[in-house]
Design a protein around this ligand. Structure first.
Ligand code: PLP
Length: 393
């Protein structure tokens, strides 16, 4: 069977190979510590589960409108009012099956063949693939490590041409944990307004910010920036609801309507029960979002010094999300490996710790490790990595 061109050029997720290898070693009885997780290790707060169960018992087990339940849209509008101080109408909101599918639908709705989307590196692995699946062209600008993995307005402006359709902002970032300041957001946003480039602002890690930082959405900085931006968000990371598959977009009603038409022929609607759970997530606050955030911050602070004390390892301290993205190029050289991928494979083989090579995120000198796992496991993993590095100096 000859498969479609569109799938033959897809790059498999970079986490997959290492996860498969880690699983194989685990099945052979090895004590493997996986630091590849992209999801919180907590269970979903009980009040959300209760609301979802109740909805099913009350008979809410049928299709909903394609863009989501009106009550859920109201809850999302309330969340934007409270957190960002901005007001959307229901026609400016679509709820979908996770932020990932919302982004997929968005690119399908806005891109024609050859349209360019500017993606800062290091990037979340799905952005380039989703752009390509919509016949678009990813254009990369480098978020320099020396600039905290952030891109500048000058870099953005020099990458824009008549084919540029959108610019992806992801603050806090996966994989680096970098966060843009209000001033930086404003500067980037002004460039997008000047050249009429749509800002796709992926704010999925909004609630996971540290050291007293507060998250700012580029859309809240001015009415013009709000009009220029599609905000993408969801409950996966904030409420530990990755398996529920609820995400949403807010912005220009014409784009939202096009996305809704697409959804009506693909998913019909996001799972009804999960929508009811999300209404509870956004209308009740039992403190668990903050408890989970504080736990991540404690882990980050508990392991950061140990990580950067490993010879040849440096790391920009993340400001949000739940990943560390150290530069390990010096350690790789000291240990005699040709590249980070080979070094990561050897660590898994010899010390049974699964890290994710940065190559899949457009940053071949780095590795990603997730601290969405227990403190004990994190400490043990770093002890093993340090032992590996020191043994081969
Ligand atoms: N955006 C970023 C940057 C992510 O890291 C993820 C999940 O890993 C998503 C979007 C998708 O989240 P979900 O589809 O679970 O809502």
């Amino acid at each position: 069977m000859k498969l479609a061109k569109r799938v033959s050029t897809l790059t498999p997720s970079s986490t997959l190979a290492i996860t498969a290898k880690a699983k194989e070693l685990k099945e052979q009885g090895h004590d493997v510590i996986g630091l590849g997780a992209g999801e919180p290790d907590f269970n979903t707060p009980q009040y959300i589960i209760d609301a979802a169960v109740r909805s099913m018992e009350e008979g809410h087990t049928k299709y909903t409108p394609s863009a989501g339940l009106p009550k859920l849209k109201e809850a999302i509008i309330g969340k934007f009012k409270q957190d960002q101080g901005i007001t959307y109408t229901p026609a400016e909101i679509i709820v979908g099956s996770g932020a990932k599918h919302i982004l997929y639908t968005l690119f399908q709705a806005i891109l024609d063949e050859g349209d360019e989307v500017i993606i800062p590196t290091p990037y979340w692995v799905s952005y380039p693939e989703q752009v390509k699946l919509a016949d678009g062209e990813p254009v990369y600008i480098e978020g320099l490590e020396a600039n905290g993995f952030k891109v500048t307005a000058e870099q953005l402006e020099s990458a824009i041409n008549e084919k540029t359709k959108a610019f992806i902002l992801n603050s806090p970032s996966n994989p680096t944990g970098a966060m843009y300041t209000d001033e930086e957001l404003r500067e980037l946003g002004e460039v997008c307004i000047k050249h009429d480039v749509l800002i796709v602002s992926d704010e999925i890690y909004e609630k996971l910010v540290y050291e007293g930082a507060t998250h700012t959405s580029v859309a809240e900085l001015s009415p013009e920036l709000k009009a220029q931006t599609i905000v993408v968000n969801g409950v996966s990371k904030s409420h530990s609801m990755t398996g529920w598959r609820i995400g949403y977009a807010a912005g220009n009603a014409e784009i939202i309507k096009a996305m809704t038409n697409l959804a009506s022929h693909s998913t019909s609607n996001p799972t009804t029960t999960a929508q009811y759970g999300t209404i509870a997530a956004y209308t009740v606050d039992d403190g668990s979002v903050e408890t989970m955030r504080a736990a991540f911050e404690e882990r980050l602070n508990g392991i950061f010094e140990k990580l950067v004390s490993i010879p040849g390892v440096t790391c920009v301290k993340p400001k949000g999300a739940f990943y560390l993205f150290p530069n390990v190029s010096e350690a790789v050289k000291l240990n005699g490996y040709d590249n980070v991928d080979a070094w990561v494979e050897a660590i898994l083989e010899e010390e049974k710790v699964a890290l994710v090579p940065g190559s899949g995120f457009g940053a071949p000198d780095n590795v990603r490790l997730s601290y969405a796992t227990s403190f004990e496991a994190l400490e043990e993993a770093l002890t093993r990595v340090e032992r590996f590095v020191r043994a081969k100096l």
